[in-house]
Ligand binder design. Sequence first.
Ligand code: AMP
Ligand code: ZN
Length: 469
Amino acid sequence: MMLNLYNTLSRRKEVFKPIKRGAVGFYACGPTVYSNQHLGNYRTFILNDLLKRALVREGYRVKHIMNVTDVGHLTGDNLGDADVGKDRIEESAKREGKSALEVAKYYTDAFLGDLRVLNILSPTKLVKATAHIKEMIALIRTLEKKGYTYTIKDGVYFDTSKFKSYGKLSQQTGGKRAGARVEPVAGKKNPADFALWKFSKPNEKRQMEWKSQWGVGFPGWHIECSAMSMRYLGKTFEIHSGGEDHIAIHHENEIAQSEAATGKQFVKYWVHGRFMMVDGKRMGKSEGNAFIPQDLVAKGYNPLSFRYLALGSHYRARLNFTWEALSGAQSALHKLYHDFALFGFIGKESGKKGDTKKYEKAFFASVNDDLNISKALAVVHELIADNKVSAILKRKLLLEFDNILGLGLNNSDKLAKPPAEIRKLVVERERSRIHKQFTKADTLRAKIEKLGYIVEDTSEGPFVWPTKM
Ligand code: AMP
Ligand code: ZN
């Protein structure tokens, strides 16, 4: 089968073709590790994950590089100008009374923990900005030699007017940006010009600063992604992804820096996920409406319910987060676990009857149609409901589907193993039934239910399932 992918650059779905047969270079913009990543961020990371799983299924070796921004991402960028404001990591360090290094390490570890919790496969390599300052300086030097830079009091800037196709990704010209609410840096030649290297201020002692031929300072935010992606994936690679906020500025700038430096096309396919919203506003740390995976756990949700919620809507549509929607997703996931475990319970007797080919085809056709996962989920439900297909075959195919979905189906069998106390009551109930003591059996069933389990009588005996996840 072929993977069709919507490319922001061409604004249409394209058949994915790698540069070299069988291999894919995939760079995904990663977290800024100054605080916890929120559910909006994780929606984008789940998109990366689905894309990677789909590529692997198609037989590609995927080299997935993700950056960790541990320096240089300023507070101004959400306001429309990345070159103003304070360094987020340095600010967090001050607030938390830690070193910048400690802050970055703490939130990187938290991020890795959350990836595991959400069943997001780790990148092939997670690369830190602060470990690639040398590469960034080298790239800025190349740009300088080629005449793309100028230096002002604030730092070394990229002159976007020199890069003729500037704006091609977001199809805007001249660098005039809607929504820019801050005064740009004084001395910038064009509004869209951006910092490659920022100078430390004379009156400021930064924790993270480096010497360079232009002066002591730190890299601009955009240069890290160009330097690190090309370092690990080469001058031209297949896929680059991020959230929709990255299209107009961050990725536009990455293209400008990289293509100006190499004279080659930087990335073939640009993939962008739309925002997770709350009440019509983007979910964001600075918006004050952000939830993190730990909030889900604290409220009694299985974090994978969030993954299920994310799978239910297409990545190119915005998704409004509500607790009701999450509860709905949790119920649906709980039901899926139930069915999967039940198929296992009755599986041995069910034999290998039924035609699963059409489900397999429909499922992967949806996945390969620009990751139409909600449609793939509909196929899952059709398969489950098909009485002509035996439990054992359903289970086998569901497991294969779960290589894409990542819902942790193989963990559901554990849920069907209640504690000893419940098992004892179930045995007692069985005994009562066999001896036709139905009132007693019913009383026991009610008792079991009170303790949070339901009993279903099957051809293989009683199947016991927790009422809540
Ligand atoms: P950041 O740590 O802010 O650099 O964000 C990490 C990733 O999450 C980037 O790819 C952003 O585009 C993405 N992102 C940020 N906010 C949201 C949101 N509300 N919904 C979806 N993705 C987001
Ligand atoms: Zn980036």
